[in-house]
Design a protein around this ligand. Structure first.
Ligand code: F6P
Length: 555
């Protein structure tokens, strides 16, 4: 395939377009009755089992999808990524977050330079710093140990670390290591989020991490200035050196902000924000909370399964036309997994042009959402069962982090949860026919309401347990899956120009709010709708002081 040819113009794409029409004629009930087919759709990898037999696909479909992947030069693109080529062409950057998981002696080059030693220098620095904070040899301005950490950051500088923190919180080994410590995340620029974060904390025992790749993100910088004021107000401006550190690629702005560059933890342009959880962005806050030894385990590598997941997603999005995809972990510890993958996937693959800038005549990306089972079952599963078709990823764990056994119960609590994990994919796939309902003596007028069409695809991932290493595996599978999708669609999964327009319009509004509050100027230069809303907002908040002193939340 010539590099400028769109994937939808190739023969394998056209073959799949006609093949999907055949598959549409076959119900999943029929596909699931073929045991050989099902056997071929179960894969074990590094302790994880993937069952994709409930996809609307046959072994023939898989061959065709692999053919498509080959035509899209998937292997070469993966190699180019691992070789540090500048595949993020619109930002002229290489995409080497995979180097964050490389062993110390590996060689991975960007612009001819092995980046692995740099990665390990920062990891060593994190190990040293986090151990000093945890053992009380790095103390705050009043000599007290820093037991609480607020990590200030948004998007990729927040969601990944929050996901891993939430998953480790209930792991027995990790939670033991976190005794007496707190880790909180301040992301939203809403002052309510500031209030919630500082509630119950004292500046003298708090360490603030300012996490921003660019160190220019408006929300993060205002929140960082707010916490700087919170510390300075109580302990004096010189306390900032002991109570604030930074994680960034922009060490010049870190210094300008007033943080000693020696207290900054670097990462690099070749790590996209949403792929940065294995850099200092995730490793520093998590090491402070759980200790470096625990956290190191999640920074591990994984191959293989992502290709399968990626091509299946292309199949569902581009050939069946399913616009959404649900991530449904049957583990409360994974409650922040879907929100993290939502950014990784939607910011990466929600694009309208090919990597060469050609408009795409097909949709890319998918709408990702999800909740832990069984909460989701009591919320949006109705639509998934009888309304729209949403391919689902069910994620189950064999051994609970926190087992509960109650005397006299039919099953233990984790088995109860897992009963749902095993039941839901079959309910979606098989459904329930009117004939079956009539046999059960369901009243005639209720039959249409109680019928389930079935034929709704899903896949199941079963993990043996959920420790730091497995959490890292899961993360790597989904990060790579997103890259595979983008490589096949022929887009740039590593830029995010779509977030810029809103940011620049907000700058215009910010200027207006300042001019209106300070000089009483009326809203100008906006359309009718925005002018009307802005005017109402300003009018109804006329009592906001124009040049206020610092006022911080008091809850
Ligand atoms: O939402 C846009 C974005 O640029 C994300 O890609 C990124 O993760 C987030 O903002 C935060 O950026 P930074 O780490 O530079 O503050």
């Amino acid at each position: 395939m010539a590099s400028s040819t769109l994937i939808c113009e190739t023969q394998p794409w056209k073959d799949l377009k006609s093949h999907v029409e055949d598959i549409k004629k076959t119900h999943l009930r029929e596909l699931l009755s073929d045991t050989d087919r099902c056997k071929s759709m179960m894969v074990d990898f590094d302790g994880i089992t993937l069952d994709y037999s409930r996809q609307r696909a046959t072994p023939g479909t898989m061959d065709k999808l692999y053919n498509l992947a080959e035509t899209a030069h998937l292997k070469e693109k993966i190699n180019r990524m691992f070789n540090g080529e500048r595949i993020n062409s619109t930002e002229n950057r290489s995409v080497l977050h995979v180097a964050l998981r490389a062993p110390r002696d590996a060689v991975m080059k960007s612009d001819g330079k092995n980046v692995v030693p740099d990665v390990w220098n920062v990891l060593d620095k994190i190990k040293d710093f986090s151990e000093r904070v945890r053992n009380g040899s790095w103390v705050g301005a009043t000599g007290k140990a820093l037991t609480d950490v607020i990590s200030v950051g948004i998007g990729g500088s927040f969601l990944g670390p929050l996901f891993v923190h939430t998953a480790l919180q209930t792991d027995p080994e990790a939670s033991k290591c976190a005794t007496g410590r707190q880790l909180r995340f301040l992301a939203n620029v809403d002052p309510i989020d500031v209030a919630r974060n500082i509630a119950g904390l004292k500046p003298e025992t708090t360490l603030v991490l300012v996490v921003s790749k660019t160190f220019t993100t408006a929300e993060t910088m205002l929140n960082a200035r707010t916490l700087r004021a919170w510390i300075s107000k109580e302990l004096g401006p010189s306390a900032v050196a002991k109570h604030m550190v930074a994680i960034s690629t922009n060490l010049t702005l870190v210094e300008k902000f007033g943080i000693d560059p020696n207290n900054a933890f670097a990462f690099w342009d070749w790590v996209g924000g949403r792929y940065s959880v294995c850099s200092a962005v995730g490793v520093l806050p998590l090491s402070l909370q759980y200790g470096f030894t625990v956290v190191e385990k999640y920074v591990t590598s994984l191959k293989n399964l992502p290709v399968l997941l990626g091509i299946l997603s292309v199949w569902n999005v581009s050939f069946f036309g399913y616009p959404a995809s649900a991530i449904l972990p049957y583990s409360q510890a994974l409650e922040k997994f879907a929100p993290h993958i939502q950014q990784v996937s939607m910011e990466s693959n929600g694009k309208g042009v090919s990597i060469d800038g050609k408009p795409l005549p097909f949709e890319t990306g998918e709408i990702d959402f999800g909740e832990p089972g069984t909460n989701g079952q009591h919320s949006f599963y109705q639509l998934i069962h009888q309304g729209r078709v949403v391919p689902c990823d069910f994620i189950g764990i064999v051994k609970s982090q926190q087992p509960v056994y109650l005397e006299g119960e039919v099953v233990n609590n984790h088995d109860e949860l897992m009963s749902n994990f095993f039941a839901q994919p079959d309910a979606l796939a098989y459904g329930k026919t009117p004939e079956e309902l009539l046999k059960e003596n369901v009243l005639q007028h209720l039959v249409p309401h109680k019928t389930f069409s079935g034929n709704r695809p899903s896949l199941s991932l079963l993990l043996p347990s959920l420790d730091a290493y497995k959490i890292g595996q899961l993360l790597a599978i989904y990060e790579h899956r997103v890259a595979v999708q983008g490589f096949i669609w022929g887009i740039n999964s590593f830029d995010q120009w779509g977030v810029e327009l809103g940011k620049s319009l907000a700058t215009q509004v910010r200027k207006q709010l300042h001019a209106s509050r300070v000089k009483g100027e009326s809203a100008e230069g906006f359309n009718f709708s925005t002018t009307t809303m802005l005017t109402k907002y300003l009018k109804e908040s006329f009592d906001v002081p124009a040049n206020p002193p610092t006022i911080l939340p008091r809850i």
